[in-house]
Ligand binder design. Structure first.
Ligand SMILES: Cc1ncc(COP(=O)(O)O)c(C=O)c1O
Length: 395
C-alpha cells in the first residue's frame, strides 16, 4: 500500500442527524443545561460549591459549563484527564483514585507545570511511600486521605488510628502537605428509595466530618473536606463545614439514575445514534449497528425494578419508546426487542432508518467515543463537535 489513507477532519459538524455515520454519541445541550442547573440548585441548598468530577464527560466544553459559578476546581479519575484539563487551563485538580507510586513522576511533572494536582491515599504505608518519594525527588505533593463511608470501595474508617498516623507522616515530611479528607458514597447506587438516599447522603457527610474532627483534635488541619456522588448530592443535607461536592454523571444522567428515581428517561442528555440494519420478524427483533463497543456491556439496570437491557430505544427525534430495549449485544451489533414481548412494528423502523439509544451507564458508554456531537435548540442538527479525552496515558 502507498500513502496512508487520510480521514476527513470533523466531518460530522453541522450535519443533519440523518446524514451522520453511526454509531456516534449525541448530546442534547438543552438537557445538559437543565441537568447542570438542577445540580447547581441542589449544591446551593446544601451550602457547598461543586468540584465536579469530569470522569463522565471528559470534555473541556462540558467541564466549563459544570464549573461555572463554583470554585473552578475539578476532580479527575486518570492522569490523562489531569493533563488534558490542565492544558485547558484547569489548575485546581483532585485526582480521586488511590495513588500508585509509579504515577508519582507524572503527578510531579504536572505540578511542576503549574497544576495544583492533589492525590489521595488510604494507608500509612502509602503515606510513607509518597513522603519517601517526594523527599528523594525534592518535589512537593499535596495529599488527601480517602475515607470509607459505606464499605463500597477504599478508604480509612473514620475511627481508624492509621488515619492519624498517615496524616502525621505527611505533615512531618518537608515535601508533602496533608490537605484534608474526601469520600465517595458509591453505596448510594444500591439505595432503593429517597429515604435511603437521604440516609446515605447523611452517612457520607458524617464519615468525613467525624474524620475531620478527629484530625483537628489531634492538631492536624483539614482545609479540604470533600464528599460526593450524584445520588447523594441530589439528596444532600446541610453540608458545611464540608467544603465541596464532587458529583460527575449529572450533566448526562442515565438509565441507572432513572432507575434510582433521580430523573426520567426523557431527561437523559447522552444517547447513541444507531441505524437499523436488519429485520428479524420471526424473532421479533430489529438489528442495529450499535453493539457492545458502542453502548458498553453495562447491565446495571438488570438489578433494578425496570430492566433496560443494554439501553432504551428512542425515535430519531428523541421520543422515548418505553417498551423497546436493546436485548442483546455483539461487538458491533445490537438486537432490539419489546420488553413486554409485544410484536414490533417493523414498518415504523425501516431498514436504513435511525434511532437513538439511551445508556444504562453514561460513563461507560461515553468512553467509546472521541467526541460528542452536540444537538442545539432545534434538536435535529449537529451544532458542534466537542472532543473528549480517553485512556490512561498521554501519547
Ligand atoms: C471518587 C469519586 N468522586 C465522585 C464521583 C462522582 O459520582 P457520580 O458519578 O455519582 O456523579 C465518583 C464516581 O465514581 C468517584 O469515584
Amino acid at each position: 500500500m502507498g500513502d496512508a489513507l487520510i480521514a476527513p477532519a470533523a466531518i460530522d459538524q453541522y450535519r443533519q442527524l440523518s446524514e451522520l455515520v453511526t454509531p456516534c454519541a449525541l448530546i442534547d445541550l438543552s438537557l445538559v443545561e437543565k441537568n447542570i442547573a438542577r445540580m447547581n440548585a441542589s449544591a446551593a441548598r446544601a451550602g457547598a460549591p461543586l468540584r465536579p468530577h469530569v470522569k463522565t464527560v471528559k470534555s473541556v466544553e462540558l467541564a466549563n459549563m459544570m464549573t461555572a459559578g463554583h470554585s473552578g476546581g475539578i476532580t479527575v479519575s486518570t492522569l490523562a484527564e489531569a493533563r488534558y484539563f490542565g492544558a485547558a487551563g484547569f489548575t485546581d485538580i483532585l485526582y480521586a483514585v488511590g495513588i500508585a507510586s509509579a504515577k508519582l513522576p507524572e503527578v510531579a511533572d504536572l505540578r511542576g507545570q503549574g497544576v495544583d494536582l492533589k492525590i489521595i491515599l488510604d494507608s500509612a504505608e502509602a503515606a510513607r511511600d509518597v513522603c519517601d518519594w517526594a523527599t528523594s525527588q525534592q518535589v512537593s505533593l499535596s495529599v488527601l486521605a480517602e475515607i470509607n463511608a459505606d464499605d463500597h470501595r477504599g478508604g480509612f474508617d473514620p475511627d481508624d488510628a492509621a488515619l492519624l498516623e498517615a496524616a502525621r507522616i505527611l505533615n512531618r515530611c518537608d515535601f508533602t502537605h496533608f490537605a484534608g479528607v474526601m469520600t465517595h458514597a458509591g453505596g448510594s447506587y444500591d439505595c432503593r428509595s429517597d429515604t435511603e438516599l437521604e440516609a446515605m447522603a447523611l452517612q457520607e457527610r458524617d464519615a468525613v466530618l467525624v474524620s475531620a474532627e478527629r484530625l483537628t483534635q489531634a492538631g492536624v488541619a483539614c482545609e479540604m473536606i470533600s464528599v460526593g456522588s450524584t445520588p447523594t448530592a441530589l439528596h444532600a443535607p446541610s453540608l458545611p463545614p464540608v467544603t465541596e461536592i464532587r458529583a460527575g454523571v449529572y450533566p448526562f444522567m442515565d438509565l441507572y439514575q432513572a432507575g434510582l428515581g433521580l430523573c426520567e428517561p426523557e431527561d437523559i442528555a447522552l444517547c447513541v445514534l444507531a441505524t437499523v440494519i436488519g429485520h428479524k420478524p420471526r424473532l421479533n427483533r430489529l438489528l442495529v449497528d450499535a453493539g457492545a463497543l458502542a453502548l458498553s456491556k453495562d447491565r446495571g439496570t438488570g438489578a433494578q425494578e425496570i430492566d433496560r437491557g443494554y439501553g432504551l430505544v428512542c425515535g430519531l427525534t428523541g421520543n422515548v419508546q418505553h417498551r423497546l430495549i436493546v436485548e442483546t449485544v455483539n461487538q458491533e451489533h445490537g438486537l432490539i426487542t419489546s420488553s413486554d414481548q409485544s410484536p414490533l412494528d417493523f414498518a415504523a423502523w425501516p431498514i436504513g432508518s435511525q434511532l437513538r439509544i439511551l445508556p444504562n451507564h453514561a460513563c461507560m458508554t461515553a468512553a467509546a467515543y472521541d467526541a460528542y456531537l452536540v444537538l442545539g435548540g432545534q434538536g435535529d442538527a449537529v451544532e458542534a463537535r466537542w472532543p473528549r479525552c480517553g485512556g490512561w496515558t498521554v501519547a
